[in-house]
Design a protein around this ligand. Structure first.
Ligand code: EPU
Length: 417
């Protein structure tokens, strides 16, 4: 198992190119299942979760090829509509195959994902919506067993905004008979990007990016060529690094319009941001001001940036209140940040972060993807050496993070344990 070692205290300077977004790539790769032919995707990041998705597609019978960041998925031969436990337990987003498999093959058997470190994360809303489209669903032996005749369009209201739930149902409804209306749909850029890809396949989807999405089902979809959008959370993580280290970083290949809430909050902390055709230049100030955040579905402040922002608030002047409203257990990084010297108290879903003048490097344990990123960020400013263990969490969703930080001047490297 690898660990990442960071010697803190360097200002980060230079340019970094943001990779393709994991959470956009996953549903788009899976959407290949809706087509009979070879799809080509550009800018697909090298990440553990993407490899898991490609392995799952191959398991289902698709032909998968990768050349660098170009991936081809030919789903003509898909004939084994089963997502086994071993793959689903490694990556919960595997549940995204349910909708497309039902739409294309009228049956699916998908292992029921369990909870994960950040919360229980049920998939009841995916299943209820599929039932409304006409699927018959049973839970047996830890698997979702689903079958249908051709899915039929329906009006679906999501009780809670769910990103992969919206994506699953978009894919299912794209090939359903008749019109579906999804209300209280997720508005994340990754949902919009999936809808655009499906439309390029010949789907008729309107309203993606708003809370009401209308899908006029079509009988078939054709393969596409599509590019994966830049990863807004990776971009936000580098922004936080610039702010923390008083650095000066130009982020290339990122879409500032996807980062509104993060940019606004960072500006309030005293960070200077300049958006230009080249990218976003982020310059940290001498002092970091405390601000409060409350995670919300898009366009609110993303839960996937909460841990990184907490590190910034750990060394700010003043006290910050951080409320996590999306996941019930997404403060696991707090105890590790405390070990590095942060002053954080948690009551329920609210963390009170009192800024301290300095963090002090220590061995720490990553517990989930974004928590791992926050520990690396903390290491960048902590005095002395920080060792982040269980780096496999980081490898699920950040492409070459330590190499990118090293190119910006950080003293950071990976060691085999
Ligand atoms: N929820 C339910 N029932 C459902 C579905 C969701 O109660 O059927 C609840 C969840 O338990 C949670 C809330 O609704 O409390 C929102 O969860 P959502 O379904 O939106 O999360 P997700 O689709 O499983 C995606 C991202 C996450 C990101 C969240 C929130 C992917 C593959 N994953 O998860 O990304 O945190 O949306 O924005 O897109 C990450 O990249 O580190 C990550 C965890």
């Amino acid at each position: 198992m690898d660990k990442i070692v960071v010697e803190g205290g360097r200002r980060l300077r230079g340019e970094v190119t943001v990779s393709g977004a994991k959470n956009a790539a996953l549903p788009i790769l899976v959407s290949s299942l809706l087509t009979d032919g070879c799809n080509t995707y550009r800018n697909v990041p090298h990440l553990q979760d993407i490899e898991s998705a490609l392995r799952l597609l191959a398991e289902l019978g698709a032909r998968v090829e990768r050349e660098g960041t170009l991936v081809r998925v030919d789903a003509s031969g898909v004939d084994r509509p089963e997502a086994p436990y071993d793959l689903v337990r490694k990556m919960r987003a595997s549940v995204l195959v349910l909708g497309p498999l039902l739409a294309r093959l009228c049956r699916a058997r998908v292992s029921l994902p369990g909870g994960c470190a950040i919360g229980a994360r049920p998939i009841n809303l995916h299943l209820t919506a599929l039932e409304m489209l006409g699927a018959r669903i049973e839970l047996q032996h830890g698997y979702v067993e689903a079958e249908c005749n051709r899915l039929k369009g329906a009006e679906i209201y999501f009780d809670t905004v769910t990103v992969t739930g919206t994506e699953n149902i978009l894919m299912a409804a794209a090939l359903a008979e008749g019109t579906s209306v999804l209300r209280n749909a997720a508005r994340e850029p990754e949902v919009v990007s999936l809808a655009e890809t499906l439309n390029a396949m010949g789907a008729d989807i309107r309203g993606a990016g708003t809370a009401t999405i209308t899908v006029n089902g079509v009988p078939r979809l054709h393969p596409v060529e599509a590019a994966i959008i830049p990863d807004r959370i990776e971009a936000g993580t580098f922004m936080a690094a610039a702010a923390l280290t008083g650095g000066d970083i130009l982020l290339r290949h990122c879409q500032p319009e996807h980062l509104g809430a993060v940019i606004d909050k960072l500006r309030m902390t005293g960070v200077a941001m300049e958006v230009s055709p080249e990218g976003i230049r982020v310059r940290g100030g001498e002092r970091i001001r405390s601000v409060d955040i409350r995670t919300q579905p898009y366009p609110g402040f993303p839960t996937d940036m909460q841990a990184q922002f907490m590190v910034l608030m750990s060394v700010a002047t003043g006290t910050s209140i951080i409320s996590e409203t999306i996941f019930e257990n997404r403060f696991i990084h707090v105890s590790e940040l405390r070990r590095i010297g942060a002053d954080i108290t948690v009551i329920g879903n609210t963390a009170t972060v009192k800024g301290v003048s300095m963090l002090s490097g220590a061995p720490v344990m990553a517990s989930d993807l974004r928590a791992s990123a926050s520990l690396v960020l903390a290491g960048l400013i902590a005095v002395g050496r920080t060792e982040v263990h269980r780096v496999y969490h980081l490898d699920r969703g950040y492409e070459a993070l330590e190499e990118k930080f090293a190119r910006l001047g950080a003293a950071i490297w990976r060691e085999k344990v």
